[in-house]
Design a protein around this ligand. Sequence first.
Ligand code: ADP
Ligand code: MG
Length: 262
Amino acid sequence: MTIVAIANQKGGVGKTTTAVNLAAALAERGVRVLLVDVDAQGNAASALGAPRGVRPNIFDALLGGVALEDCILATGTERLDLVPSSLDLAGAELDLAALPEREQRLAAALGGVRGRYEIILIDCGPSLGLITLNALTAADQVLIPVQCEYLALEGLAALIDTIARVRRQLNPSLCMLGVVATMYDGRTRLARDVADELRRHINTLFETIIPRSVRLGEAPSHQMAVLQYAPNSRAAEAYRELAEEVLARLNSGLAAAPQASA
Ligand SMILES: Nc1ncnc2c1ncn2[C@@H]1O[C@H](COP(=O)(O)OP(=O)(O)O)[C@@H](O)[C@H]1O
Ligand SMILES: [Mg+2]
């Protein structure tokens, strides 16, 4: 079992879209996947049809003494299950801070589902706070989406620093799975320049680039991953390719050696 945290403290870079569609692409490929939504906004879970406010949820598992396996919901996709988030998570950092082993709560909770899934994806919120630290402490690998926009690399240094700190203090085996460029619009000069810049600066950049696609924005309102909503779209194809690359990296053990940089 491999746990992958999808993280970037910048909002709107494609974390949730990548979590949902990579999860669906891996499941389509035959992998048993659990998607854990730890963003208070709960967009990953609702994109796959989880009702808002459903209980028990990740908040109950982290702070309410509920077993995480009791929070699992099936999705419309075979082999893909999810753990929904909760708005209560927004205020949970303070409650968590007062608890013993406060960075290890998610790792401990996920211990209960070990063996049931081959890959667990954690969709992080836009912060480097305690919930994201829990995700990085529970994870074996980090996947970082960056948007092909002006200042794409802004904030990446802070994230890399946080990952290095987690590795020193909490989770020595945490690895960088890679950086994936999202919302690429090949018609614009800016997007092409940003993609070139990413290729120059990021060793772990995935070859797959996720195109800007209106289908990706539409799919969540139909409670479907784009792989079901528009199975033949370029966006669906891109997430299938990303899934292949992710599996190849996990299998090659390339990602196994802890790397300090992106
Ligand atoms: N490749 C893409 N093409 C078009 N829209 C996208 C794409 N990826 C994400 N979006 C849209 O951009 C917004 C932010 O994406 P999201 O995945 O929620 O980012 P994050 O989780 O990092 O905040 C959402 O409205 C989403 O539908
Ligand atoms: Mg999100």
